[in-house]
Structures are given as structure tokens and as C-alpha cells.
Design a protein around this ligand. Structure first.
Ligand SMILES: Nc1ncnc2c1ncn2[C@@H]1O[C@H](COP(=O)(O)OP(=O)(O)OP(=O)(O)O)[C@@H](O)[C@H]1O
Ligand SMILES: [Mg+2]
Length: 261
């Protein structure tokens, strides 16, 4: 399976007579299951806009997003449905990804039922428990009846990952998924995500402004600046020998993280 963005651009029309914003310009990237791909870049460089186009949340202005060579824009309803299942989002929790009025059981259960994975309450519950186990929330049962505000930040973020995982996605597009967490909690959630890559073969398009994270877990990295990809390559190559002045500046400004685990 291959998720591919080919020369995608996004222009937001300016309000009234303001000039349009060229948020993303001619970006090409690809990701596969079992691969951890990172997109880094300063604030406003277009990372989230790329994510939203990959997730089929906003249309591209030009270019194409393709899954195994089939363009999203040309997919029929069934294919699009399948696309939205295999490419899942994990966003930052403070962005309100979890409904404060819904218990964990309900947050996971509605996704499971919506996509027809199970309908009997006991089956729905079993799938929810399994997903919670996969993200390291054990024992899971006591968590099912909790509301988001009754969970820690790290637990909430794991629930969000579990909610994506119940659909058995091939690729998870994670936008600043650990950015709001404390360093030690961040490392734990990151470890869970990296482990899922190995155990389930999930692939990631992981968006962050934190290069220390990229160095720890990413296989490949794209560096964005002002809407464009200015550098790409294996993490090793980019970190060892950044080709672009901007990447060198980014790297020089990055604090070193203690090792994971
Ligand atoms: N809906 C929108 N309408 C108009 N402009 C937008 C819209 N969404 C994003 N932009 C603009 O597009 C540019 C890229 O924004 P984007 O959110 O993709 O950046 P980012 O790299 O994710 O930044 P951050 O690291 O701060 O999250 C910015 O100039 C932003 O103001
Ligand atoms: Mg963003």
C-alpha cells in the first residue's frame, strides 16, 4: 500500500480584498504501512494543511492525493469510505478531539458501530478493550466509564490513538499528537506509537515541530518551509548531513532529548 501526494498545493482565498494565502506549494510525499515518516517545519509552514489534505478533510487546490495510484478525487463512495478508514487521524487532544460529554466507551463505541465493525454491545466493548490494550492502557475496563476530564493528558492521547486503531488503519496521520504532553509522558506515548509500527505494521505521517522526536523515531523526514518541502531523506542522512541551510538552522536550535524507554 502506498499513500502518495503528488505536487499538491493549497491556496486559501484571502478574506475580502486580502491576498490569498499559498499555504502549501507543490508538495510531493509518500508513506507506507510500517514506515514512520515525519514532517517538520516552523509554525505556519503548511504542515497541518498537508495533513488535512492527506486526510481528505479539505480538497487540494492542485495536484493529487492517491492511495495505490487511485486519486481521492476520482474515488467512488465505497472507495472513499475505505480510504477514510485506512488513513486515520490522531490530532492534538487540546484541539477538542474528544467530546467532553462522552465516556471512553462511547467515544470508541461510536466509531466501531459507525464503521460496522461490531454491533452487539459485548462485541463493541471487546473491540474497545482490545484497542485500549494496544495503546498500553491496561487494565482497560476501569477506563471505559470515564469522561475525558477524568483521564490524564497521556491517557487521553492514548485513547485518541486507540480510537484510530479500532479501524485497523494502514496509516495514521498524526498532527502534533504529543506536543502538548510533558517530556516523560511524551516519550511514553511516542514509544507506544513506534511500537505499533512494529507490532501491527501501522505507518505514520507524523507532524511535529520537534526535531528531537524525529531523530528518535522517524525513518524518513520531510522538512517544510513557507509551504514547500525544502529537504527530504532518511532521518539519518538529513541529520548527519543537512543539505539545506534552513534545516541546519533548525537542527542547531534543537535541544537533545534523553533516550526513549
Ligand atoms: N483555513 C484557512 N484559511 C486561511 N489561511 C489558512 C487556513 N488554514 C491555514 N492557513 C494559513 O496557511 C498557512 C499554513 O498553516 P498551517 O496550519 O498548515 O501551518 P503549520 O505548519 O501546521 O503551523 P503550526 O506549526 O503552527 O501548526 C498559515 O499561513 C496559515 O495562516
Ligand atoms: Mg499545524
Amino acid at each position: 500500500m502506498l499513500l502518495e501526494a503528488r505536487n499538491i498545493s493549497k491556496t486559501f482565498p484571502g478574506r475580502q480584498r486580502a491576498t490569498p494565502v499559498h499555504a502549501v506549494k507543490d508538495v510531493s510525499l509518500h508513506a507506507r504501512p510500517g514506515e514512520f515518516v515525519a514532517i517538520v517545519g516552523e509554525s505556519g509552514s503548511g504542515k497541518s494543511t498537508v495533513a488535512r489534505m492527506l486526510l481528505d478533510l479539505i480538497p487540494v487546490t492542485s495536484g493529487t492525493v492517491e492511495l495505490d495510484g487511485i486519486r481521492i478525487a476520482s474515488m467512488n463512495r465505497r472507495e472513499r469510505w475505505a480510504y477514510r478508514r485506512s488513513v486515520q487521524a490522531v490530532l492534538q487532544d487540546p484541539a477538542g478531539s474528544l467530546n467532553p460529554r462522552k465516556r471512553v466507551q462511547q467515544a470508541l463505541g461510536e466509531v466501531i458501530r459507525f464503521h460496522g465493525l461490531a454491533s452487539r454491545p459485548s462485541d463493541v466493548r471487546a473491540l474497545a478493550v482490545e484497542a485500549l490494550h494496544q495503546v498500553g492502557l491496561s487494565p482497560a475496563e476501569p477506563l471505559l466509564d470515564r469522561f475525558p476530564h477524568e483521564l490524564s493528558g497521556g491517557q487521553r492521547q492514548r485513547v485518541l490513538i486507540a480510537r484510530a486503531l479500532v479501524l485497523n488503519p494502514s496509516i495514521i496521520v498524526a498532527d502534533e499528537a504529543v506536543s502538548a504532553l510533558d517530556a516523560s509522558v511524551k516519550a511514553g506515548v511516542l514509544r507506544v506509537m513506534a511500537d505499533l509500527k512494529d507490532s501491527l505494521g501501522v505507518g505514520y505521517v507524523f507532524i511535529t515541530h520537534d526535531l528531537a522526536i524525529v531523530e528518535k523515531v522517524a525513518d524518513r523526514v520531510y522538512v517544510m518551509r513557507a509551504g514547500e518541502v525544502v529537504e527530504e531523506g532518511t532521518t539519518e542522512a538529513v541529520f548527519a548531513n543537512p543539505a539545506h541551510e534552513y534545516t541546519r538552522t533548525l537542527l542547531a536550535a534543537t535541544p537533545v532529548l534523553p533516550p526513549l524507554k
